[in-house]
Design a protein around this ligand. Structure first.
Ligand code: G16
Length: 543
């Protein structure tokens, strides 16, 4: 089939953020916008000639249209094969697995993750490399550079591929394999966990509610939890992926998964509640009457992972993003293994996982995962929890309380200030930076600052350095406040304020979270001059 070379010109602002390029859907739908970014990616990886790519997305509006464009452009760029999820569906962790399983050269994942979907909401494209993980910073920088000098893109004139039909066809000389999105992922999960023990747990009357939030984990959850593990029908709710996620915000946290939270705090609560996000890489875990913070969940999973077959021999190390609480560091110390602190963004875990330095990773933003893929994995976290519950035969709250008794509790909360004017957000960060050299020793809201610095990461594997990764202020007594600008928003700036207070080993672990964080919060507001500079201290979302 004839390759078409289409003239184009650079389009401003195609700089990938924390996790790929995210923009309003209508921006992606503008002529040549998607095409430019995809061609820039092919150019940045040295072309598509003879390569194999995995393609799929979370089912949001524009997903299948974008997939058809990418398939044609892959053919135009000389790719040998494309593996695509049926109806264009692939969760992010399932896509990561398919890349690894098929030894593909990379993959395009179409998602704006937890951001709402629809023609007036958000869309995104992420390129994952041959290890199955998000493109590292060096590569995203090359992609961006290529977007600034692009002059043409390559495609073919061809009919759309029938994405509803499983099987392999040839398309402009390139093979297109449409695969079931769930089956390979299901096999992987079965190889990691004791499905027999989890099946017995459900057979014994254990109850669960899994809220798929009208997003991509619906089919994965229904098949694995209900069909394979025997959870009663109806365990998975909102299980059909919708283009607009039912007009919801597919972010598994107490605010956006309120219906689930309300159920879990009621007398009718099942034994465990869980939810996942738009593209299936995030998770939320709630026990009867107890919300498990992502930072605690990471620590608890790490401390108990040996109870699941895949991790029976122990962990090589644990990594967390810098704003994530120190709870998992305490577990690493007790296990005598290394703890790593990386910048926000799953891409920073890739090298540590590839080098075998860590087995489990996690982030405060509801992401947990392990070396089984190179993405965070929502359903994996839920299944590991189930495996642990099946072995320990205790409730979620008993396990959480036992953990706090052993390690102390890291009270934790994140405040998000959305759609802040970008210049004001930058001013606030700049003002804070300017104070850092004098903060140590000063007291705010009764707390004395011990250190104040800007996080910079030296990758221990490839020696690369990532600067400007968040402003952190530590206080005497185990408190910490971190300020960071989000890299995933699509409107103005989102200021994130991460608050943390350690209870101490034998301290009070039963306080209300916001009460326990009161001093750290007041100190953070005071030091940052937030109210004066951005005009507010009331967050849009508290998680
Ligand atoms: C992405 C990244 C995560 C990151 C999160 C929040 O998640 O993969 O590593 O923690 O964004 O980033 P930020 O604070 O910059 O908004 P996802 O689930 O959106 O892909």
């Amino acid at each position: 089939m004839k390759i078409e070379i289409v003239e184009t010109a650079p389009i401003e602002g195609q700089m990938p953020g924390t996790s790929g390029l995210r923009k309003k859907t209508r921006v992606f739908m503008e002529p040549k916008y998607l095409e430019n970014f995809i061609q820039a990616t092919f150019d940045a990886i040295g072309g598509g000639e003879g390569k194999t790519f995995v393609v799929g997305g979370d089912g949001r509006y524009f997903n299948t249209d974008a997939i058809q464009v990418i398939i044609k452009m892959a053919a135009g760029n000389g790719a040998a094969a494309v593996i695509v999820g049926q109806n264009g569906i692939l969760s992010t962790p399932a896509a990561s697995h398919l890349i690894r399983l098929n030894k593909a050269d990379g993959g395009f994942i179409l998602s704006a993750s937890h951001n709402p979907g629809g023609i007036d909401e958000d869309f995104g494209v992420k390129y994952n490399a041959a290890n199955g993980g998000p493109a590292p910073e060096g590569l995203t920088a090359k992609v961006f550079e290529a977007t600034t000098s692009i002059s043409h893109y390559k495609t073919i004139a061809a009919d759309n591929v029938d994405l509803s039909r499983i099987g392999t066809t040839s398309h402009g000389g390139m093979s297109v394999q449409v695969v079931d999105p769930v089956s390979d992922y299901q096999n992987l999960m079965e190889s990691l966990f004791d499905f027999g023990a989890i099946r017995a747990l459900f057979a014994d009357g254990f109850t669960m509610r899994f809220d798929a939030m009208h997003a991509v984990t619906g089919p994965y959850g229904s098949t694995i939890l209900e069909d394979i593990l025997g959870a009663p029908a109806g365990t998975v709710t909102n299980g059909i992926p919708l283009e607009d996620f039912g007009k919801g915000h597919p972010d598994p946290n107490p605010i956006w998964a309120k219906e689930l939270m309300d159920l879990m705090m009621s007398d009718d609560a099942p034994d465990i509640g869980a939810a996942s996000d738009g593209d299936g890489d995030r998770n939320m875990i709630v026990g009867r009457g107890v919300y498990v913070t992502p930072s605690d969940s990471l620590a608890i999973l790490a401390a108990n992972a040996h109870l699941a077959p895949a991790y029976a021999d122990g962990l090589s190390g644990i990594a967390r993003s810098m704003p994530t609480s120190a709870a998992s560091d305490r577990v690493a110390a007790k296990l005598g293994i290394d703890a790593y602190e990386t910048p926000t963004g799953w891409k920073f875990f890739g090298n540590l996982l590839d080098a075998g330095k860590v087995t489990i990773c996690g982030e405060e933003s509801a992401g947990t995962g392990s070396s089984h893929v190179r993405e965070k994995d929502g359903l994996w976290a839920v299944l590991l929890w189930l495996n642990i519950l099946a072995v320990r035969k205790q409730s979620v709250s008993e396990i959480v309380e036992d953990h706090w008794k052993t390690y102390g509790r890291d009270y934790y909360s994140r405040y998000d200030f959305e759609a802040v004017a970008t210049d004001k957000a930058n001013d606030m960060m700049q003002n804070l930076r300017g104070k850092f050299s004098q903060l140590a020793g000063q007291t705010f809201a009764g707390l004395t600052v011990t250190t104040a610095d800007e996080f910079s990461y030296l990758d221990p594997v490839d020696g690369s350095v990532s600067d400007n990764q968040g402003l952190r202020i530590a206080f005497e007594g185990g408190g910490r406040a971190v300020f960071r600008l989000s890299g995933t928003g699509t409107q103005g700036a989102t200021v994130r304020l991460y608050l943390e207070q350690y209870s101490g080993l034998n301290g009070d672990t039963n306080q209300d979270t916001q009460a326990a964080l009161q001093s750290v919060r007041s100190a953070a507001f005071e030091i940052s001059d937030m109210k004066a500079i951005i005009g507010r201290i009331e967050p849009d979302v508290i998680t």
